[in-house]
Ligand binder design. Structure first.
Ligand code: CUA
Length: 346
C-alpha cells in the first residue's frame, strides 16, 4: 500500500509547530536589559570580523545560487522536450566542460577558505595589550567569574570596561562547557583538565547575554550569563564595590536573615565575604557577597526579584530541576529573612 501523507493530520500539527517556534523567541525569565543574542549585531572587534566573514560568504553563496538556478530554469524552459524534437547534443565526456566545472567551484571554495583562515588568524590575538584578566569557571549550571588581579569573585555576570581587551581563562572541573557571547565573540570550549583561553572586547557599553554553547547536562539551557560593558570609571567603581566585604544590614528582618544564613546549611556551599570563613574555592555554590546587585538567579533561570528569590529558596528544584541547591525545608519566616538579607547585599 503506498504511503500517502495525511495532509489533514499534518495541518493539525501546524499550530503546535508555530507555538514551539514562538516559544523559542521569548524567555520571560530573563530581564529586558538584553536583546536576544544576535551574532549579526556585532559590538566588538572579534564579532565584527566574524559577522563580516558571514556576510562575505553569504554574498558569494547567493551569487552561486542565483547563477546556477538562473541557468537551470532557463535550460528547463528553453530546451524542454517537444513532441517532434530531435535527440539533444550529448556532452558526456566533454573534457572542457568537466575541467570548467571542477575549477570554478574550487576557486570559490578556496576563496572562502582563505577568507575563513585569515579571519581565524586575525582574531587569535588582540591588537592592543591593554588587558584585564577574568577566569570564567563553568559549573553545572552557572558561571563563576574570578577577577584574580582584583581579588574578588562573582557569579552570573561579568563586568568589563568598554574598549578594553579582556583576557578570559576558561576553567571547568566537571564537564565540557562552551563560552559564547554572540555580540562580542564566537564560542570557545571550556574543557576539564585542559586550560583554554580567549579574549573579547566590547566597544559599546551595554548588557550582552552569554550562553553555554555545549550540551552539559539537563540544565544546559539555563547556563546563561551577562557581560556588562561600562565606561572605565564605572568599571573601577564596580570593582571597588565588589572588593568590599558584605555590608551588615541595618534592617531588623535582614539582620535576622544574616544570623540565620551564618548558622544554617547555607554556609556549607556559599561564601559571603566578611560573614563566612570557608574559602570560596572549597565551596560548590556561588559567592553571594554582592548577590543583591545581580540581575539573575541561578544561571539566568529567573531574574533576581524578591518574589523569584523566595520561590527559589522555597523549592529550588521546582525552579531549576537538577541544580545542586537542595530543598532546605525553610519556613516562611526564614525565607522572608533570607530574602531581605540577600537582596540587601548590593
Ligand atoms: Cu554548560 Cu551547556
Amino acid at each position: 500500500m503506498p504511503l500517502k501523507p495525511n495532509w489533514r493530520r499534518v495541518a493539525s500539527l501546524a499550530p503546535l509547530l508555530i507555538a514551539l517556534l514562538l516559544a523559542g523567541c521569548g524567555n520571560t525569565s530573563l530581564n529586558d536589559i538584553t536583546h536576544t543574542p544576535n551574532l549579526l549585531d556585532p559590538q566588538g572587534p572579534i564579532a565584527l570580523k566574524e559577522s563580516n566573514l558571514f556576510w562575505g560568504i553569504l554574498i558569494i553563496a547567493t551569487l552561486v545560487f542565483v547563477i546556477v538556478f538562473s541557468v537551470l530554469v532557463y535550460s528547463i524552459i528553453k530546451f524542454r522536450a517537444r513532441p517532434d524534437s530531435p535527440e539533444p547534443t550529448q556532452t558526456h565526456g566533454n573534457t572542457r566542460i568537466e575541467i570548467a566545472w571542477t575549477i570554478a567551484p574550487s576557486v570559490v571554495l578556496v576563496g572562502v577558505l582563505i577568507g575563513t583562515i585569515a579571519t581565524m588568524f586575525s582574531i587569535q590575538q588582540p591588537s592592543t595589550p591593554n588587558t584585564i584578566t577574568v577566569n570564567a569557571v563553568g559549573h553545572q549550571w552557572w558561571w563563576e567569574f574570578q577577577y584574580p588581579d582584583q581579588h574578588f569573585v562573582t557569579a552570573d555576570e561579568m563586568w568589563v570596561p568598554t574598549g578594553t581587551v579582556v583576557h578570559i581563562n576558561l576553567v571547568s572541573d566537571n564537564v565540557i562547557h562552551s563560552f559564547w557571547v554572540p555580540q562580542l565573540t564566537g564560542k570557545t570550549d571550556v574543557i576539564p583538565g585542559h586550560d583554554n583561553s580567549m579574549w573579547l572586547q566590547a566597544d559599546t557599553a551595554g548588557w550582552y547575554r552569554g550562553e553555554c554553547a555545549e550540551f552539559c547536562g539537563t540544565q544546559h539551557a539555563h547556563m546563561d550569563f551577562l557581560v556588562h560593558a561600562v565606561p572605565a570609571a564605572d568599571y573601577q567603581t564596580w570593582v571597588s564595590q565588589q572588593q568590599q566585604v558584605a555590608a551588615t544590614p541595618t534592617d531588623a528582618l535582614a539582620l535576622a536573615g544574616q544570623k540565620y544564613f551564618s548558622s544554617a546549611a547555607c554556609i556549607g556551599c556559599h561564601a559571603i565575604n566578611g560573614v563566612t570563613t570557608t574559602d570560596q574555592s572549597k565551596l560548590i555554590g556561588p559567592n553571594l557577597t554582592h548577590f543583591g546587585g545581580r540581575q539573575w538567579i541561578a544561571g539566568g533561570v529567573v531574574s533576581n526579584t524578591p518574589a523569584n528569590l523566595a520561590a527559589w529558596l522555597r523549592d529550588p528544584q521546582a525552579v531549576k530541576d537538577g541544580s545542586d541547591m537542595p530543598n532546605l525545608g525553610l519556613t516562611q519566616d526564614q525565607i522572608n529573612e533570607l530574602v531581605a538579607y540577600l537582596e540587601s547585599l548590593k
